[in-house]
Design a binder for this molecule. Sequence first.
Ligand code: ZN
Length: 294
Amino acid sequence: MRPRVPQPAFLLLTLTACWCLMAADGPRASDPAEKVFKTKQGDVLYLTLHVEGEPSSVEGRFRDRRVPFFKTGRAGEFGALVGIDMADAPETDTLKAEITYPDGVRKRVFRVAVAPEDFREQRMTLPKGQVDPDAVALKRINLEKEKVKAVLAGFTPDRLWGAGFLVPVEGPVTGAFGSKRILNGQPRNQHNGEDIAASLGTPVKATNDGVVRMVDEHFFSGKGVILDHGLGLFTMYFHLDSTAVREGARVKRGDVIGTVGQSGRATGPHLHWGAWINGSRVNPFALARLSFDR
Ligand SMILES: [Zn+2]
């Protein structure tokens, strides 16, 4: 039996894609079938769907990653943050959304074009022990990686954040997201956050409402906090001098969660700010550039 769904104006789609500092709002479209939504590696798309009736859930998938939609608070509108990983293939793909009603499921498909980002190379010289850790340190590093992986695999089924995302510390970016790092002449992983320089002890604010999922001290990233904002969105704050929150605590947007430091592998006081959306490493500034006012 065909699902009975309201017709004809079943669904409209608008898109806010933030890919440059000057344009807070990207192009919008009313006919998804004719539009390819443009984004780039490491970016975040904010999609909104307008539906009629009362679906019990709206869930999408893009490149084997889930795209959970939430009620925006406006009549008939659902929204979702779509993370584009820094290493995502620079190709056009489909985003499939399922709108589930009590008597059936309606499917929609949208096209998303991922452009390559021009990530730069960054060469750094560091003490040998920080680039070639010994066996004891390697064991610790691997355990820390597993712990972070487990935290990021968690999924809180509610959206905990509300208004726009704050930049946690003001200051110059000294280590760009996605930069290809060469430490003491050896290629390393791409930098998965933004390094914002600030003086020692500067308060670090929560970018948005959430729950503290990790407070720990790691070999490379030093003292850190991971916040869970719900629906698979996490933000990370590392190299802190001090932490001001406990695991499990609720935080509000703008709450101080710690202070800027240079704990772990750091050449000077700065905040390493990272963001993760359902398996995608994204530029946290892409979150801060999103506009939710229409
Ligand atoms: Zn960093």
